[in-house]
Design a protein around this ligand. Structure first.
Ligand SMILES: [Zn+2]
Length: 67
């Protein structure tokens, strides 16, 4: 590994940290919602973690996707 590789790793690490920090302070419109946009039911934390930026509960999402 030469100096360039180390620098690249460092830059990637910095980017990753910056992305994580940004996700944590992102406005609610960009991050996952605590409640469904459609019916105001709480969205489980597990669902929000599995689907970053999720806006709807399972029921509403299924209703919208399933035809
Ligand atoms: Zn809903």
């Amino acid at each position: 590994m030469d100096k360039a590789d180390i620098a690249n790793d460092y830059i990637e690490w910095r980017l990753e940290q910056a992305m994580k920090a940004r996700q944590q302070c992102a406005p609610s419109s960009l991050s996952s919602r605590a409640v469904c946009k459609q019916c105001d039911e709480p969205i489980p934390a597990a669902r929000r973690e599995a689907l970053p930026g999720v806006q709807f509960c399972v029921e509403c999402q299924t209703a919208m996707e399933g035809r």
